[in-house]
Structures are given as structure tokens and as C-alpha cells.
Design a protein. Sequence first.
Lengths: 491, 172
Amino acid sequence: MPTLLGPLRSVIGWLEVRTGFAEALTPAVTHPVPRRTASWWYVFGSATLALFALQIATGICLALVYVPAADQAYQSLQYLNDQAAFGSYLRAVHFWGSNGMVLVMTLHMLQVFLFGAYKYPRELTWIAGVLLFLCTLGMAFTGQILRWDQDAYWGLGIGASIAARAPVVGSLLVHVLLGGPIIAGRTLSRFFALHVFAIPGILIALTGLHVWLVLRLGVNEWPMPGRVVDRETYRKRYEDDVHRDGVPFFPVAARKDMVGMGVVVLAVLACAAIFGPNGPHGVPDPTITDASPRPDFYFLSLFALLALLPPWTETVILLVGMPLAIALLLALPLFAGTGEKSWRRRPIAVLSVLLVLLVVTTLAALGVMSPWSPVMDAGTALATPVAYVQGRAPLELQGALIVQNKQCRNCHSLGGEGGRRGPALDGVATRLTRDQLIRQVLQGGGNMPAYGKNLAPAEVNALVAFLETLRPANQAPARAPVTPRPVARQG
Amino acid sequence: MCANHDLPPSSAARRGFLFTLGVALSGLAAALAGIPILGYIFGPVRGRAGQAWIRVGSVETFPEGQTRLATYDNPFRVAWDGPTAKIACWVRRIDGDQFQVFAVNCAHLGCPVRWFPQSRLFMCPCHGGAYYEDGSRASGPPPRGLFEYEYEIRDGQLWVRGGQLPTLAGPV
């Protein structure tokens, strides 16, 4: 070994004399950080950086094969999946790496928020971080487009439809976004340039600024209740604390960072090995109208929100609410830059985090189930439960056929199968009387279209006869409310 | 070390002039390079009518009282558009020369609506919008009925005016 170390030392020495890297970087790498920040809570930032490096490496590899042209992108992805050596695995790593990056970055942001790290003098670090987060979401969206499948095509349609809602400049935005009047070849080239050149360039520059600021201003100390941030005293107190009771970043704090980086990258590699790449799902041919587009997980909550918002609020929430939320995030350190850092003394901060997490995860879970989407093939793919046709009169059986043939089950489930947009039809007879059933079928209402023009009177008759049988044997059918008779006045 | 006051006045003036010239030339170069770059990026906006008359097919191929999917090639296609050069529309022939031609894009957020001839409804797979056979909104989040193409019958052929992605900002 010593025989090998000697030449290595001299090579390093030779390089150091010329570059001076070690001399310049050692103070940065070994700078003192507050002792308690050598904590597992502080590893998410470096873990995000590790995943970003992994994304760059796998992204460059994918670009070696991927053809960013609308007529060949899909085939080149199939080639990556099926033929290129390790192509499928690298696609999987890039996909799971993007999921991991969004996830770990979110954890980092939550930790920074709860630890009050955005307060004086680290306001700009936070602002650069929020911009990094937005750019990462931009990478997620543009990356999803490069998959150039049905989800990508219709995802672009949704993006353009949102942009189109902007007053006055709507049409202009759509044309700039799509690179023309409609989603086509020029659109993919645009998104390729954004995903591969423009946004990564901004990401790298912002990451540089972010890390520079962390080094210059020091790692945020562990927040202690009662130790409030004051612009006059903070920096001196921080310097004193770090010099009195600091530890060198490398190797003391960096050990946990290195473990964290290793764990997240290994987790991504494992997910990629177990679950494989995502898609491409179906040729992006817009004349195939039986597509059911779904977004990747980071946009599931937005997808759910757009289905559940009352229609009249949508445009306002998209065009005013979203930019306001982003502006609020960016401006946070400007209006809350001093005061308590500890989450123990910031109940509103903790509650807002819980509220946001609850809303986002609930919406995302709803987005996965998407109960508002009709089950498009219910009429042909699902069987009518045997119990509902056994021992039924011919008229009622005709009604069962109508339920099936008129796509009622696209929105209404029967025996647990079918759409969930409308109420389940099992037990409908305990809720609605014959007259109410007829009225609902003919006129619609609530969220149901009116079928008056599409059903012959005989069909309505059969349908309602069947629906009237849909109640448990031990439960009485619905009865029309009886208007109470006026009680005779006493004395 | 060599501040301007150490130098003869003519030299100081020359340095000041060179600095001003440097700023001016760089600014001019940035502007001259920037104008075409911005023009290039925002190029798709210029003359953005995005509409042309397109032949969809013979009137005979659309039976009266039915709604059928028709496809046509994007009139503004480029050679590398691949499958995205095709565009679909729903053609409803009411009777004779009376038609309604709908964009497949849902008026809510542009997902492809599907026609169900049995229940005579268009349904959207994304957020659950539904439309009647005449394109009017039946239920769900769409703020309006389906986008409808302008159409003409020329020599027994159905022509529509289209070519741009129908949205609330620019319906077909």
C-alpha cells in the first residue's frame, strides 16, 4: 500500500500547487456548524442534491437515445424499454428519481419551515429554495410531456386549457406554450428544450446560489423556544455560539448527510428495480378517444382540485389563488423574518403545515380513486349482479338491460362495480319513490343528465320497475312524504 | 495605481470614452441578439389565426341521426408531427345538410370526450363532464357546451374550419 500512496500523494500535490482547490475549499468544507445541527433532521437538503445529480446523470444517458421529435419519440422510448442495454432500468431510475426528488425536497422545505430557518439572515436562501422547488415541479411536468404518450398529449391539453383561461393574453399563452396553434411536433421540441436546457440551467445556477448562501450564512442552529431572532444581535450570537460550541461540517455533520444521500439514492435504485419505468402509455394519437389521461403523482392533487371545485371558482383559484400562494411562499421571510424559530412557539406554522399536508394528501388520494370520472367501459365490461336478476319479472329484467345499455353504470355502481360519480343504485328504492325515480330519470338534476329525450316511455317504465326492486329484502321501500294534516286548534 | 488623475487629461478622456463605448457596444449587441431570440420564442404568436378550411369527408359517410368520429390532418402540420398531426372531431348529422361538428376536447380542460350512442351523451374521462347530443352541457364542471366547428357543404363534401386547439380563449 505505501508504495501506491506515495505516487498518489505526489499527483495530488502536483494538482494542488496548480489549482489551489484544497486550500480554497478546506475552510468551506470544515467550517464550524452548531453542534446540534449534526442531526438527521438536517439531511434532506443534501439528499435532494444527491438525487439531482442522479437525475442529471441518468438524464444525459436517456438523451443519448431519446429522439425529441413527435414522430419518433414514442418509438425511441419503446427502444429504451425493450432493446437498449439497461435502457429500461435507467428510465426507471430517472422516473423514480424525479418522484424521490419532489418528495425529499418537500421534506426539506417542511423541515426548514418548521425550524424557522428562513428567518433573518437566511431570507434569500429560502427564496432561492422556493424557486428551486418551482423549477423542480417544472421539470416534473416537462418530463411527463417528454414521455410523449396519451397522458402527455392530454396533459398538454389541460395545461393549455388552464393557460387559456387567463384574460386577454390567454390565446397568446397557448400559442407560446404549444409552439403553434395545436399540440404537435413543435410542442415536443419546445418542452424538450425546456426540460433539458433551460430549466436545468436555472436549477444549477439556483443550486449554486443556495449552497453559497448556506456556506456564507452558516447552517441554521437548532431552534430553542424563547431564543428569538433579532436583526441587531443574531449574527454575532450565531458566530459566538459556533465558535464556542461548533463542530466541523466535515466530517462531523457530513457523516449523516452522506448516509442520507446513500439511503435516498439506494431507495430510488431499489424502486426502479422493483417497479420499473413508467410508460409510455399508448401512442399520442388524439384520434384515439378512449384515452383516460392521468397525471403523475405530484399533480394528482391539482387534478382532484379541478374536478371538485365549484366551476365558477376554478378560474379565480387557478389564476389568482395559485400565483398568490406562490407569492406568499416567496414573501414569507420578508414578513416573518424575525421572532421565534422554534415550532413549539409557532402554533400557526405547525397548524398550517398540518392543514396543507392534509389537504394535499387527501386530494392526491382522491385523485388516485377519481370517483368523479365515469367508468367509461362499465356498460360493456361489467356484469349485472346475479342477485339483482334472479326471480325478476320480464319487465324488470328489461329495466336491468336498460341500466346496462344506457351506460347508467358509468356513473352509478351496482353490487360495488361501476362509476362513483352518482350514488350507488343498490338500495335506491329505499331512498326514492316510484314518482321520484321517474322524475330523476326524465329531468336529471343534481349532477345527473336528463334522459327524457333519450328514453321511450316504455323504457322508462321498465327501468323504474327494475330500480324499484333494488332494496334489501328487510327494508321497506321509500314512501312519499305525507303532508301533515293541520291539527285542530284546542279551545 | 493608475487612476485617471495620474494620467494626462487626454488619456483620462480616452479611457472614459472607451468605457462608455464598451457599455454601449455591449448593450447594442445584447439588444440585436435579443430581438431575434425573443421574436423566435414568441414567433408562434404572430398571425395566430390558426384556422383553415379542411375537408372531413363525403356527406354520405355520415348517416342521418347519428354521431360519428371523423379525423382530419392538421392543416398546419410539419413533417415530424407523427401521430399528433391527426385531429379528431365528432360529426353529428341531424338530417340532410344539417350538421353539428364538435371538437373532441372537453370545454372544461380539454380531455377527449367520448360519444355513447345508446345514452346519447358525450362523457369526459377526466373530471366527469357530460354533454347532450346537441353539445349542450349536461352535467359536471364544464363552463359551457362542447366547442362547435363552423362547417360548409361543398359538392357533397363536409368541410370544417379548424386547426387550433379549442380552448376557452380560442374556440374552434
